[in-house]
Write a new protein. Sequence first.
Length: 193
Amino acid sequence: MINQAHAAEQIKPMVSLSHWDAIFAASPIVQFALLTLVCMSIITWAIIFTKRKQLSNIHEADEPFLQDFWRANSLDEIYNNLENHPDSSMANIFRSGYAELRKIADSNLADKESDLASPKLSGSDNLERALNKALQSEISNMESRLSFLATTGSSAPFIGLFGTVWGIMNSFSAIAASNNTSLAVVAPGIAEA
């Protein structure tokens, strides 16, 4: 019994179960795959926290504008108070719509056309286009860097799988080189995977 305990103590220092030892013992290809995944994870979490803060700031900036919007008696009153809401995305959309509405009011598009033979764009079409353009601008601002999240979400599992396959290939190479299928031959590649 004492000899078995003594033998186990001698074997124990030879086998390290530390994650760092496993990483440093892995092949450079597996280390590169792991480093790529770690970098992708760090960037992804940074984008997630930044987007959360951005959306929270937009919501906080839009609330006072919405309160002013629904309390106002006229569009002119809302437009004159826009400087109080510089960070509001809804205020930016309203600004674009109001500017187009002023152009329509100052042009002949506001008058009904008597000649139906020469079609012109109506004022409501111009207003709708201006509002859609401002809306798309605000949406693209909010959606910036989301393509990285989509790319990471779809490619990270395959990068991880590549590292796993590489480790399994090393196990099979070790089996082929030694003509032995013992655990001592297979274990390093499996641990790497």
